[in-house]
Design a protein around this ligand. Structure first.
Ligand SMILES: Cc1cc2nc3c(=O)[nH]c(=O)nc-3n(C[C@H](O)[C@H](O)[C@H](O)COP(=O)(O)OP(=O)(O)OC[C@H]3O[C@@H](n4cnc5c(N)ncnc54)[C@H](O)[C@@H]3O)c2cc1C
Length: 320
């Protein structure tokens, strides 16, 4: 069976969920071979094996932490040359997309970014994408070289599928460009204790209807009852009620959670562009004609100041 390379996103050996989702998708195409780089790479093996990696190629060097993406591209290229895989899958983070694009250029292949699903095809893996502000769903495949595909978080369920996960050292020779862009400092972001917006399984968002920064406490309380991330419409961000880092939409972040709850958000096309691929969409809006109701699975026509606290209380009660 053909091998499929999966680029591992991990923090000191702790594998992030989007990588485990990639292993689920990789198994549809072939045998997953994981590539884990940097400090703690070997510690990823147990989690990767549990989720279907037949092999884990590891390499650690200070270059991965000290320089931007090129050392990782060098390593992935070395993995492609040693394995000759059927495809290379990379998580769709900003860094992942840059790595994928550079790798595809290096190995003379095509690249597909932001896939939301992946299936085996007679002529190579077929990727589903949501395009033009989520108004079309396309299916495409790379027609030249080894397909390099980045996949959005939450595109597949994480499924355990124990495999050997044999750790092998990857031989990497860094290119002259590897040390071209040095990391000169790092400032850790203040943690909210909530999941990362683009990876969260549940996102609770607030818009202009929230009517003030102080009222975002209601949105945060609902999010916390569900273990969710908090999102915001551009109107709420532009008003200074919530940070830009939490903006969902065309000029904000693109999210694709299992559940998206929009509160006081009208559903403008630019907002939809960032959340329309969510699996289940719920909206609370006092205007029954609001466009957001065209795309919801469940809609509540009501004042969010009545609905949201009741919902939060009910969820907390049921959690016991
Ligand atoms: C180039 C460009 C890029 C853009 N990028 C983005 C983007 O990335 N993300 C984004 O979100 N927007 C973006 N926008 C802006 C977008 O067009 C909308 O203006 C914005 O999404 C509106 O935000 P909103 O839904 O919160 O506000 P509104 O459209 O004003 O809607 C507020 C909603 O709240 C409801 N409401 C009011 N009070 C209550 C209440 N008490 N209870 C329940 N419901 C209530 C109202 O009925 C209304 O439907 C972009 C626009 C442009 C031109």
């Amino acid at each position: 069976m053909a091998e499929v390379l999966v680029y591992v996103d991990h923090v000191d050996g702790a594998v992030r969920k989007p990588t485990l989702e990639l292993l689920t998708l990789a198994r549809r195409i072939g045998e997953p071979v994981a590539v884990a780089l940097g400090a703690g790479a070997e510690n990823t093996a147990a989690a990767l094996a549990e989720h279907g990696a037949v092999k884990v190629l590891t390499h650690d060097a200070s270059e991965y932490a000290d320089y931007l993406v090129v050392p990782k591209v060098d390593a992935l290229q070395a993995a492609v040359e040693s394995v000759s895989p059927a495809a290379v899958l990379v998580p769709s983070s900003a860094e992942g997309k840059e790595i994928a694009a550079r790798l595809a250029l290096r190995i003379g292949s095509g690249v597909i970014t932001d896939a939301t699903d992946l299936e085996a095809g007679a002529e190579g893996p077929v990727a589903t994408q949501s395009v033009f502000a989520a108004s079309f769903t396309t299916k495409s495949r790379v027609s030249k070289g080894t397909p390099v595909i980045t996949v959005k978080p939450n595109s597949a369920a994480v499924e355990a599928a124990p495999a050997a996960g044999a750790v092998e050292a990857l031989a990497v020779t860094f290119s002259a460009q590897a040390t071209g862009t040095k990391v000169t400092g790092r400032t850790p972001r203040e943690s909210t204790g909530r999941p990362e917006l683009t990876e969260a399984a549940i996102v609770v968002s607030g818009g202009r209807g929230v009517n003030g920064a102080e009222n975002f406490a209601l949105i945060e309380a609902l999010a916390d009852s569900l273990g969710a991330a908090v999102g915001a419409s551009r109107a709420a961000v532009d008003a200074g009620w919530y940070p830009h880092t939490n903006q969902v939409g065309q000029t904000g972040k693109s999210v694709s959670p299992q559940l998206y709850i929009a509160n006081g958000i009208s559903g403008a096309i630019q907002h939809r562009a960032g959340m329309q691929t969510s699996k289940t969409i719920v909206a609370v809006n006092k205007d029954a004609e609001a466009p957001i109701f065209d795309l919801v699975d469940y809609g509540v026509v009501g004042d969010l100041f009545d609905v949201v606290p009741q919902l939060t209380e009910e969820i907390n009660t049921r959690k016991g």
